[in-house]
Ligand binder design. Structure first.
Ligand code: GDP
Ligand code: ZN
Length: 305
C-alpha cells in the first residue's frame, strides 16, 4: 500500500467554537481556546444564528470557514413569506424590553411570546424607563395581564440603575428584543461597559458604520451567564409557525386544548369549542383571542403573518 496521502485541507482539524456576533454573511466565532475568528459559511447558505455552536476550519490568521452547525437546543427567529431572520440560538430566556415612551405594541409582545413559547424559551417582560412615573403607571397596568398569565415582569430604569436586572440574568443565556427606542442599547451599555467599544471595533473592521445597529452580538457576563443583543424591531413575523401549533403558544389556552368537540378544532367558529366557551365565560381575554383569530386567518390564507 502506498503511504502517499493526497494533500487535503482535512489535515487542518476542525475547531469547535460559538458564534458571538453576526453581521450580514459574516460571523465572529470564539473558539474553545479563546481566540476570535472572522468566519464565513461554507457555500452560500446562511442560517447561522448568534449563539450557535459550530465547527470551523481556520484558513488565514484570524479567519475561518464554518463547516458545521452543531445541534441546537432552540432557535429563535422571525420570518415572513420570503425569508427568515434568525435572532439567536441556544438561549434560555427571552427578555422583551418595553417602555411607556415611545408607545409599544401589545400585539408585538404577543408575537414575541408566541415565538418564545414555540421554542420553549422562558420570558421576562422588562418594563424600562420606570423613572417616567406617570406614563409608566398606565403601561404597567396594561402589562399586568401578562403577569396574571404567569409571565414575570420587572420594572427598571436602565438609565439610573441596572442592578435589579442582574439576578434575572444570572445563570441564563438571555436574548434581548424589543422595539427601537425602548432602551435596549442603554441596558446593554449599563451591563457591559465594553459593549460600545466592541460595536465600534466591528464597524471599523468592516469599514462601515452602518452595521453598528444591525448586528447581533453575544456578551459574556460571567462563567454561567450571557446576554445577546439583537437589533430593534418593528414587526415580528411568525410565518414559520405551523398554524396547528399556534393555539398551544398562548399559555392560557392550553388547559382547554383537546377538550373541544372536534379533535382538529381551530377555535374560530366551531360548535362546542372549549376555548370559545372559556372566552364567553370571561376565562380568556377577548383581546388575546382576537390576536389568535387574526393570526390564524393570516396563516390559513397563506398571507405573511
Ligand atoms: P434602543 O433603541 O432600544 O436601543 O434604545 P436606547 O437605549 O437608544 O434608548 C432610547 C432613548 O431612551 C434614549 O434617549 C435613552 O436615553 C432613553 N432611555 C433609555 N433608558 C431610559 C430610562 O431608564 N429612563 C429614561 N427616562 N430614558 C431612558
Ligand atoms: Zn376549539
Amino acid at each position: 500500500m502506498s503511504s502517499k496521502r493526497p494533500f487535503s485541507k482535512k489535515l487542518t482539524q476542525p475547531v469547535v467554537g460559538q458564534v458571538i456576533a453576526t453581521y450580514g454573511r459574516q460571523y465572529e466565532v470564539k473558539t474553545s481556546n479563546g481566540s476570535v475568528l472572522t468566519c464565513v459559511m461554507r457555500g452560500k447558505k446562511g442560517g447561522i444564528a448568534c449563539g450557535d455552536h459550530v465547527e470551523i476550519l481556520p484558513t488565514t490568521p484570524g479567519q475561518g470557514v464554518i463547516e458545521t452547525i452543531l445541534p441546537r437546543s432552540n432557535l429563535l427567529y422571525r420570518s415572513d413569506v420570503f425569508r427568515q431572520k434568525l435572532i439567536a440560538a441556544n438561549v434560555t430566556q427571552l427578555i422583551i424590553v418595553v417602555a411607556a415612551v415611545p408607545s409599544f405594541s401589545e400585539e408585538l409582545i404577543d408575537r414575541c411570546l408566541i415565538a418564545a413559547e414555540n421554542q420553549h424559551i422562558k420570558v421576562l417582560i422588562l418594563l424600562n424607563k420606570a423613572d417616567l412615573l406617570e406614563q409608566t403607571r398606565a403601561a404597567a397596568t396594561m402589562l399586568s395581564y401578562y403577569q396574571f398569565l404567569g409571565y414575570p415582569m420587572l420594572s427598571i430604569s436602565a438609565a439610573q440603575d441596572i442592578a435589579p436586572l442582574r439576578s434575572y440574568l444570572q445563570g441564563q443565556i438571555s436574548v434581548l428584543t424589543g422595539q427601537s427606542g425602548m432602551g435596549k442599547s442603554t441596558i446593554i451599555n449599563a451591563l457591559i461597559p465594553d459593549a460600545r467599544r466592541a460595536t465600534m471595533e466591528i464597524s471599523t473592521a468592516l469599514d462601515s458604520g452602518r452595521h453598528t445597529t444591525t448586528h447581533t452580538r453575544l456578551y459574556r457576563l460571567d462563567a454561567e451567564s450571557c446576554v445577546i443583543d439583537s437589533p430593534g424591531l418593528q414587526e415580528f413575523g411568525l410565518h414559520h409557525i405551523d398554524s396547528r401549533e399556534l393555539a398551544g403558544c398562548f399559555i392560557e389556552f392550553r388547559p382547554y386544548l383537546g377538550q373541544c368537540h372536534f379533535h382538529n378544532c381551530r377555535h374560530i367558529t366551531e360548535p362546542d369549542c372549549a376555548l370559545l366557551l372559556a372566552a364567553q365565560n370571561g376565562k380568556i381575554n377577548a383581546r388575546r383571542l382576537a390576536v389568535y383569530h387574526k393570526l390564524m386567518t393570516l396563516a390559513e390564507n397563506q398571507k405573511a403573518w
